[in-house]
Design a protein around this ligand. Sequence first.
Ligand code: FES
Ligand code: FES
Length: 216
Amino acid sequence: MAKTDSRRGPTRRTVLEGGVATGVLLATGIPVDAEPADAAASPTPVPTMPMSLRINAKDFAVELDPRTTLLDALRNHLGLTGSKKGCDHGQCGACTVLVDGRRINSCLTLAAMHKGDEITTVEGLAEGDQLHPVQAAFVARDGFQCGYCTPGQICSAVGMLGEARAGWPSHASADVAAASVALTDAEIRERMSGNICRCAAYPNIVAAIRDAAEEA
Ligand code: FES
Ligand code: FES
């Protein structure tokens, strides 16, 4: 029952409280006299399907909801938490992994689509204790600060170096028909523009990739 001021009717506060309560009921669609939900009712089980994934040269057998993204499969089901989720919308690049040598956003693909593919995550780049040249260059050049974008940056750089070696042009290429690509800083910046870094380590990331490209 709304409180009223005997002389002035309902106060502003009680009108607001009543409005909020009504709004919540309308928004949730719960009738005022609804019975409480049956606490014992069990939720419908999520259907799953068996999948096999080959990651970092090892085979994994998993049973997953077919809607599971590759990123969630890696992080939540296989313990490979190096690949990061920055947006889950294909906008940040933190989830970049390599599939058959090509970089993709693992948040935008389903795990179920990768039977038979060779998936490489940041955990699979080093050879034992020997860092991949791109990893070593990121360390040497301080190509990271918080490190959250770094696995995606490194996987993306590894894929990008392969694309450049194959002669793929970019938006920054003056001659798209040229047989080889000179990895200028402008080329590196353009080709890495799908990987966002909030710590703004970009100058050092470019320097690291330039070093790795020269070493390769
Ligand atoms: S988490 Fe995949 S692009 Fe951002
Ligand atoms: S190092 Fe922090 S977001 Fe890139």
